[in-house]
Write a protein that binds this ligand. Sequence first.
Ligand SMILES: *Cc1c(COP(=O)(O)O)cnc(C)c1O
Length: 381
Amino acid sequence: MTHFPIQKFKDIRTPFYYYDTDLLTATLAAVREAAPEKEFCVHYAIKANTNPKILKLIADKGLGADCVSEGEIRAALDAGFAPEKIAFAGVGKSDVEIEFAIESGIGCFNVESMPELELIDEIATTKDKVVDIAIRVNPNIEAHTHHYITTGLKENKFGIALEMLDDAIAYCRRQPRLNLIGLHFHIGSQITTNEPFALLCERINEITDRYSAQGIEFSSINVGGGLGIDYINPDANPIPDFASYFDAFRKKLNRRPGQTVHFELGRSIVAQCGSLITRVLYVKDGLEKKFVIVDAGMTDLIRPALYQAHHHIQNLTSEAAETDTYDVVGPICESSDCFGTDETLPLTVRGDIFALRSAGAYGEIMASQYNCRRLPGSIIS
Ligand SMILES: *Cc1c(COP(=O)(O)O)cnc(C)c1O
């Protein structure tokens, strides 16, 4: 359970992110314990949080990195991730990004289209390099999550459709610069049951069986990320159930001898260790509602406005036994700038300090300067 040094917070300009590194360390230990086998290679999906101190802690534990831009590859390298453990994914890799990734000696390109394969081949030929390729397959699986964070359905922009996979594989096998090592999948995010992962395994087994029959084997299968966390009770479930998650793959995935299974976990590693700390500016009476106006807004934490996500709101200051019902809103000039409606909270007054919990993933990194606001800082425990 995260302990907040509230006395220290009082003198610091809000809003800012607070990271509990003890929890992050315990989470990383839980990942290691749940997936000890050397055939399981866990990457951290850098996009969830690129705070340099957080990245360094994760890199020090020997995880690989999943990157989606040149900037993320640079951040990963700066933090000490081994280049050969970096995978480069994304539907829109630019020419300079591909050149940079090849020069950096990254481990693998997760390729999402035919024209991208052609461009990588062209650049690799110019540089006289051979590059390792995994083809991202769109498995057409419903992840039962918010539609903005589901990625493995036919209509999504990600990956190559199953029907077009033969052509992509044949193309790689014809090009001496492209070394096809595996297949890559990622079906969505904040997935809270193992059922979609089990379905994914079945789909992967069908695909690898089909290619095995043609004499085509893959040394690497990347199953992506997506394991969800408990946004409602962060203190009851600070660490996701990694044991049952990895077990699902151990049981369902028909891993070939010598094959490595790659995982790309983002949210499940960093979400619970971070909170957005904010101060109450005003408690405002409306005609029908009471509003708590805090100094953090959607510019600091956009998930509620973008995905209708909810972060548990905790008043760190008030010890009042009495409660009231409030809408908790930010200062930005958008109606979607709202962290909670009809929240039951201890009686709240101006100056109280709130923690918006479980904000370590897709929080600080998505902050913007809309309304010419200053970016939230961060404090690491
Ligand atoms: C975003 C992303 C991840 C990480 O997803 P989480 O839900 O944060 O675990 C992994 N792989 C790919 C390809 C992604 O786009």
